[in-house]
Design a protein around this ligand. Structure first.
Ligand code: SF4
Length: 316
């Protein structure tokens, strides 16, 4: 949900707008949440995006809106992002835990790539992560996140992988496609950035599957079984997101991804429209062992929209 504004952090590769993220049809979001549940879906995480939640306390006033609060309280997790560079705010945790006794917080710690090798930065990060874990125990899950769309050098990648082992609970680094939300970047440039991003995804995906310290393995989420939506404002619009293996949801600002009504049927209608372009992308698909995997995630739709071909060919 693109609802947070004003951010003074300086994360590398951030192309998000930092103001005017004004989705506010919370009656619609609540309705979609309720209708998906009544059709058998369990709601996992609602992310509040795109800026650092603790950097602007005015963001907290969202919770004064009853429909917003009711939307959030139906989810198992509320997802937020922060660099944690300036610490965190216990008041925000109190507000969220006040919604009900079960809701947990998924905190994505946005890594400052420019400061990965700064010892002070590493200490601040570790200190704040440990404090949060000690305070909120099993009601918080902490992951690391970076923006995509630019190259990481081998040393940076190795550093992030080593940080994953002690700072991330499930060995995941979330990859933010912030460039997709920037209307000033040309479609051509987005295609190139998308390819670079998938190269990074492949690299971290391979690492995740190989490293035995991570218990949870690559999951089989599909577009239909585990749909994801993006809510953007001006005008209020809901998009449904296809999935790039290794499991990153992709926002594509095109009509066929728009959920016209905030209902389960609205979701099924866009599902039908996207199915039309979710067709194999290279001859090898027909006999590939990943065929159902790519089709189920609607990766073919992404590939066709961004002219990517097979993602396995996009290696660093
Ligand atoms: S892995 Fe590549 S070849 Fe195989 S189905 Fe997916 S896109 Fe096609």
């Amino acid at each position: 949900m693109m609802v947070l504004n004003n951010c003074s952090m300086d994360c590398k590769g951030c192309f998000y707008k930092r103001t005017d993220n004004n989705f506010n049809d919370f009656r619609g979001s609540r309705n979609l949440a309720e209708d998906m549940q009544s059709n058998g879906y369990r709601l996992e995480t609602c992310y509040l995006l795109p800026t650092d939640i603790f950097d602007n306390k005015d963001n907290y006033s969202l919770f004064d809106n009853e429909d917003f609060a009711k939307t959030i309280s139906q989810f198992a997790y509320l997802g937020i992002a922060s660099t944690l560079e300036d610490g965190f705010d216990t008041r925000f945790f109190d507000i969220v835990y006040g919604l009900n006794d079960d809701i947990k917080i998924e905190l994505q710690v946005n890594l400052l790539v420019n400061r990965l090798f700064d010892i002070n930065y590493q200490m601040i990060l570790k200190h704040n992560v440990n404090r949060i874990k000690n305070l909120y125990k099993d009601r918080v899950v902490i992951n690391l996140a970076i923006n995509t769309g630019f190259s990481l050098d081998p040393k940076e990648k190795d550093k992030i992988k080593s940080m994953l082992k002690y700072l991330s609970e499930d060995g995941i680094v979330e990859l933010n496609f912030t460039f997709l939300y920037n209307k000033d970047i040309s479609e051509e440039k987005k295609q190139k950035m998308m390819k670079d991003s998938i190269r990074i995804i492949q690299d971290f995906g391979d690492f995740y599957q190989k490293d035995e310290s991570f218990v949870t393995k690559y999951n089989q989420r599909t577009f239909l079984r585990k749909p994801s939506f993006v809510f953007v404002g001006e005008p209020n619009t809901i998009y449904v997101n296809p999935i790039v293996p290794f499991d990153e949801y992709v926002y594509i600002k095109k009509d066929r991804y728009v959920v016209q009504t905030p209902t389960y049927d609205g979701f099924l209608n866009s599902y039908g429209k996207i199915t039309e372009i979710n067709t194999p992308v290279v001859d090898a698909c027909e006999s590939c062992e990943n065929l159902t995997h790519c089709m189920g995630k609607f990766y073919f739709a992404i590939s066709n929209d961004f002219d990517l071909g097979c993602f396995l060919n996009l290696k660093e």
